[in-house]
Design a protein around this ligand. Structure first.
Ligand SMILES: Cc1ncc(C[n+]2csc(CCOP(=O)(O)OP(=O)(O)O)c2C)c(N)n1
Length: 514
């Protein structure tokens, strides 16, 4: 058995049985080994940003890493933006990056580059496997590294001769370690703050935003009169009717300052003290008041849910009913298409157990509030700010959860970065309804131009922010990649076409003219 097959068998034996790929010559032995090994589901992406974003979406929903297969330094570099996003989301991921044969590197052939150097900034674990006998053990180490709490990026570089020479056979993968427990002192300190009676916010992210963590946090907040909020963006939030709803720290600095005004304490549950996405002249970077103190209940790598259990016990909140959402949404909106109307319709029409991949940018800023009353669902956001994640994220989530409907809420500007994800959705028959907001501009940047004090845009500046001349035809783009769709210009049409997408298995795209 060669090194490549030893590695594939190690991955499958270690529970990594989905591989998103975009291969080249140096990965041909790995690709050939895929045919010889039962149990590996391989999914082709037509750009590495699709591959890595899909691996992110998969892992967020499966709570287990996928592998990616990337072609040398340029393949990694093409996928790096969504690896950056996955890193910020604490997503576990095992990247396998092919390289030239060890003896070929000295000749500086065209694809030669410093892959380790490219990988390091966004990977916690990087290794070039030295020979075919080591690759299986290195693969096992990469899986273990990726599964370290709260979820890590592991990048294993596979020189071509390491793949084709005689290997060791599969290596055993160490069982994943449980996240560390928080210290009793951290729990006592949070309880002391909550009892102080001073204005206190509990700031959640990570596993604390799953149903159980939210219920505990809600009980604690009600019992102690504290406020509850989530970070501005979060990997996966379980929300909808029957669950505790949390708003997010707003993106817009002035709004965030208002939301956090008057606080004396923030209890951090897997989260960091809130900071502005960008610096703006004359606005603060830190969003909490100057005299507000942060208290760490759980670090990102610690067990946040167990910490909330301990805190609920400490403050006597176990008997307090969790403040779950019981209201039903009003029906879908009618008339002119606006953000508010779309939010209302999504709240009414999201199907039970949907997975929402949210990259709706400006149009979607207000969607969170009206969808709190929707049927129970998971909401996935972009935590790294690098656009072009939404459609790949939806693709990976659909691979992880073939029995659930995925709804991708996507801006047209962001969507164009990784539009090829639609082809993968069609090829794999993935159950994704994409709602594409066609405002034909980088709308958010028009606001940012003013916010940073760059003045009124002239013709050249506006040309950098508008997506017209020519207009994109999203229904045509989708059709060319095997995804049916429809364009809508009223809320009645939106409601009908969105419901059609939800009712039809497989991918579908609704182009919403804003
Ligand atoms: C990789 C990357 N390039 C550029 C940007 C800067 N940027 C932020 S939002 C945005 C445009 C988003 O446009 P769209 O998705 O249409 O959202 P809209 O604001 O129009 O709703 C750009 C270019 C970014 N965040 N990431």
């Amino acid at each position: 058995m060669n090194g490549a097959e030893s590695l594939v068998r190690t991955l499958v034996g270690g529970g990594v049985n989905v591989c998103f790929t975009n291969p080249g010559t140096s990965e041909m032995h790995f690709v050939a080994a895929l045919d010889r090994v039962e149990g590996m589901h391989c999914v082709l992406g037509l750009f590495e940003g699709v591959v890595t974003g899909a691996a992110d979406g998969y892992a967020r929903m499966a709570d287990n890493p996928a592998a990616t297969l990337l072609h040398l330094g340029p393949g990694y570099a093409n996928g790096a933006a969504n690896i950056h996003n996955a890193n910020k989301a604490s997503t576990p991921m095992v990247n396998i990056v092919g390289d030239h044969a060890t003896y070929h590197r000295q000749y500086d052939a065209p694809l030669t580059s410093d892959i380790e150097g490219l990988a390091r900034p966004s990977s916690h674990w990087v290794k070039t496997s030295p020979n075919a006998k080591s690759i299986a053990a290195d693969g096992a180490a990469a899986i273990a590294a990726a599964r370290e709490a709260p979820g890590r990026i592991a990048t294993l570089i596979l020189p071509a001769d390491t793949a084709w020479n005689e290997g060791s056979g599969p290596a055993p993968v160490a069982p994943a370690l449980l996240p560390r427990a928080v210290s009793p002192e951290a729990v006592k300190e949070a309880a002391r703050v909550l009892r102080s009676g001073e204005p206190t916010l509990i700031l959640l992210t990570g596993r604390a935003l799953r149903e159980k963590g939210l219920a505990l946090a809600g009980q604690i907040a009600v019992k102690c009169g504290a406020r509850l909020i989530a970070q501005g963006s979060n990997a996966r939030t379980q929300r909808g009717r029957g669950r505790v709803s949390v708003e997010r720290v707003p993106y817009v600095v002035d709004q965030a300052l208002k939301v956090l005004a008057g606080l004396k304490h923030i209890i951090l549950v897997g989260s960091k003290m809130p900071v502005a996405f960008f610096a703006y002249p004359d606005k603060p970077s830190l969003l909490s008041p100057a005299d507000c103190e942060g208290h760490v209940l759980a670090r990102p790598e610690e067990d946040a849910v167990a910490a909330l259990e301990a805190l609920a016990d400490e403050v006597g909140a176990r008997g307090t009913p969790a403040p779950v959402v019981n209201e039903k949404p009003a029906g879908p909106a009618t008339g002119r298409i606006t953000s508010e109307a779309l939010g209302a319709s999504l709240g009414a029409l999201l199907p039970e157990n949907a997975i929402v991949a949210d990259e709706a940018v400006t149009t979607g800023r207000g969607f969170f509030a009206p969808t709190r009353m929707a049927a129970p669902h998971d909401w996935l956001s972009n935590m790294g700010g690098s656009i072009g994640l939404g459609m790949p994220l939806a693709t990976g989530a659909a691979v992880a959860c073939p029995d659930r409907k995925v709804v991708c809420l996507e801006g047209d500007g962001s969507g164009m970065y990784t539009v090829q994800a639609l082809w993968t959705q069609a090829r794999e028959g993935l159950d994704v309804t994409t709602v594409l907001f066609s405002n034909r501009s980088y709308q958010i940047l028009k606001g940012e131009l003013a916010n940073v004090g760059a003045g009124n845009p002239g013709r050249k500046a506006l040309d950098m922010l508008n997506l017209d001349r020519p207009d994109l035809d999203w229904v045509g783009l989708a059709r060319s990649m095997g995804v049916p769709g429809a364009r809508v210009e009223t809320m009645e049409e939106f409601n009908r076409r969105f419901s059609e997408g939800i009712a039809t298995p497989g991918p579908y795209l609704v182009e919403v003219m804003i």
